[in-house]
Ligand binder design. Structure first.
Ligand code: AMP
Length: 311
């Protein structure tokens, strides 16, 4: 099943306590596509400026990602700068320059419109909506966003969320979006809107939680001692999650498939944070992913046996 993704295609400047990069390939759609490419054909939609070179395209090319819906236009590629302190769960955005996204009006190819699976990665909600409307063939659509868009484009974002089956958001952003003090309450509120039937709360180094009307499933992050740069972990998680779903029926109806998809997302995200930007995932192998999923399964599995409890 083919997966189409729209979202930022970017240059990132990132500083963490373990080093920095002044300008590296990034963007929500890029991180997503690299991860999803382990499962299926992936097609990226979005604009890049004339500063986006062959070296950047080559990173996508080596994983067989279809870039025929990436438009090169005059101007600057989306640019984001951020800095992390010792607590890698929180970061400060130092700069966001939309560049060529400012005037982008998506016009998708027929192949992209026909994709069975669609991911609306983080970018202006108006763009997410325009792409959702064009992708009439999508049987499963998911969406990610962030605090900036909740702050400046809430109504459009709520409308975009209403058009997808699954919402992926940080726990803090779920609370911000719904004005609820608790992540579960926030997810239940969004489920009551009648749009998505599955909510994934990303919790950084603490993992991710899936909340549906009937069920609840939580996985910790893969335990790592050395985390170098968390940028793109959420998008990489989403790429693994959605990619796995696409390769296994393409719908969010089967609870066990959803849970396994969470495991693949978690494993892929753990590789992403081991090095800066796309560096680790770009040279990752399927065997390495499979081994980490098995290890995660060992760490998170337990069997209850009846015991006599006092009281
Ligand atoms: P994550 O760490 O998963 O939240 O994703 C980080 C990626 O999102 C970076 O590569 C940035 O280029 C991109 N990004 C940062 N801010 C925005 C924004 N406002 N809209 C879209 N993408 C963004």
């Amino acid at each position: 099943m083919a997966v189409t993704v729209v979202g930022s295609i970017a240059f990132d400047a990132v500083k963490t306590p373990f080093g920095e990069r002044e300008r590296m390939l990034g963007g929500a759609a890029v991180h997503f596509a690299l991860a999803a490419s382990f499962f299926d054909e992936v097609r990226v939609v979005g604009p890049v400026g004339d500063d986006f070179g062959e070296a950047e395209f080559a990173v996508l090319g080596t994983r067989g990602i279809d870039v025929s819906d990436v438009e090169r236009v005059p101007g600057e590629t989306f640019f984001w700068a951020g800095e992390y302190g010792w607590d890698l769960n929180t970061r400060e955005t130092l700069d966001t320059r939309l560049g060529v996204f400012e005037t982008f009006e998506p016009k998708l190819s027929q192949a992209a419109r026909d994709s069975e699976v669609l991911f609306l990665a983080n970018i202006q909600p108006d763009i997410q909506r325009a792409v959702r409307e064009q992708c009439t063939g999508a049987r499963f659509a998911a969406l990610d966003s962030m605090n900036l868009w909740i702050d400046i484009a809430r109504d459009s974002l709520v409308s975009a969320i209403g058009s997808v089956d699954c919402l992926v958001l940080n726990d803090a952003e779920l609370k911000q979006l719904t004005n609820k003090p608790n992540m579960i309450k926030a997810a239940r509120e969004i489920l009551s809107w009648g749009g998505p039937s599955a909510i994934i709360a990303k919790q950084g180094e603490y993992g991710a939680t899936l909340i549906t009307k009937q069920n609840f499933f939580s996985l910790p992050a893969f335990p790592l001692e050395d985390v170098v740069d968390p940028t793109g972990a959420g998008d990489t998680f989403a790429g693994g999650f959605v990619g796995y779903l696409a390769a296994n029926g393409g719908s969010g109806d089967d609870e066990q498939v959803l849970r396994r998809a969470m495991a693949y997302g978690t494993a892929l995200a753990s590789f992403n944070v081991e090095e800066f930007g796309t560096e680790r995932v770009a040279r990752l192998t399927g065997d390495e992913v499979a081994a980490r999923v098995r290890e995660l399964g060992r760490y998170t599995n337990f069997t209850d046996t009846p015991v006599a409890l006092r009281g």
